[in-house]
Design a protein around this ligand. Structure first.
Ligand code: ADP
Ligand code: ADP
Length: 225
């Protein structure tokens, strides 16, 4: 996956500074966790990468290219995005939900959907079901499959395990890590759960009041405690 760089990135809402002059380089292919209390600015920092939020100041580049020079829809085809309560359309089948970002002929789509379901370890027969007929963990896997449909090199995840029970959470964590490795993705994951960050990421950034106050590997963090 591509490198991602933040240079003096700030986002303010009136008097609230959600992200405060963050400068940061994320190496291509790394798995970075953004950890911190609620309101520390994690989601805001993440959503500026795919332009769901525009910075008040500063610059974000992906593989050296300024995100503001890329049209948002084109940008989002290159960036997978997974969030809590994944927002599958309830009246559309799993296959239709996964294929929503694809612009392919119907027959080609069926093959691609089958590949994507296999990638996230879901049985092929869920393709024709509605999201309500799946478990929470299965729905979240469909969300991951949808995020991977356009073969992005960069994956953004905002509390991807938020609503899941501990066992399902662990299983999905293992699956996401395997996909990260197999596809060579650059992954940035927001979580309030340090244990999850230590388990999955190879670099942990701790945010507090819009700033990055710690930047270390899980090994370093564990040794320091
Ligand atoms: P986190 O993801 O760490 O919980 P957020 O990035 O959601 O934090 O929020 C950071 C700060 O910005 C918080 O103080 C939050 O209240 C504020 N904030 C976020 N979005 C908005 C918004 N749309 N309008 C006003 N304030 C916002
Ligand atoms: P809001 O901020 O209004 O709650 P969301 O950020 O949840 O909106 O996004 C709304 C919908 O847009 C999502 O359900 C998702 O399907 C789609 N979407 C948002 N961001 C992306 C993205 N980066 N790539 C693909 N689809 C996206």
């Amino acid at each position: 996956g591509p490198t991602v760089a933040f240079a003096g990135v700030t986002k303010s809402y009136g008097a609230t500074i959600a992200v405060d002059a963050v400068t940061l380089d994320i190496a291509g292919g790394s798995f970075v966790a953004l950890v911190g209390a609620s309101g520390s600015g994690k989601s805001t920092l993440l959503k500026m990468v795919n332009r769901l939020i525009e910075p008040s100041a500063g610059r974000i580049t992906i593989a050296g290219e300024d995100v503001t020079t890329t049209e948002p829809h084109a940008l989002r085809r290159r960036i997978g995005y997974v969030f809590q309560n994944i927002g599958l359309f309830p009246h559309m089948t799993v296959a239709e939900n996964i294929a929503i970002g694809l612009r392919l002929a119907g027959t080609t789509i069926n093959g691609r959907v089958a590949e994507l379901l296999a990638l996230v370890d879901l049985p092929a027969d869920v393709a024709t079901r509605l999201p309500d007929a799946l478990s929470g963990g299965q729905r979240q896997r469909v969300g991951v499959a949808r995020a991977l449909a356009t073969q992005p090199g960069l994956m953004l995840m905002d509390e991807p395990f938020g609503a899941l029970d501990p066992v399902t959470r662990d299983q999905l964590g293992v699956a996401i890590l395997a996909l990260h490795d197999a596809l060579g993705l650059t992954t940035i994951m927001v979580t309030h759960d340090m244990a999850e960050a230590l388990l999955l990421a190879d670099r942990v950034l701790v945010m507090e009041r819009g700033r990055i106050v710690a930047d270390a590997t899980p090994r370093e963090l564990l040794a320091g405690e």
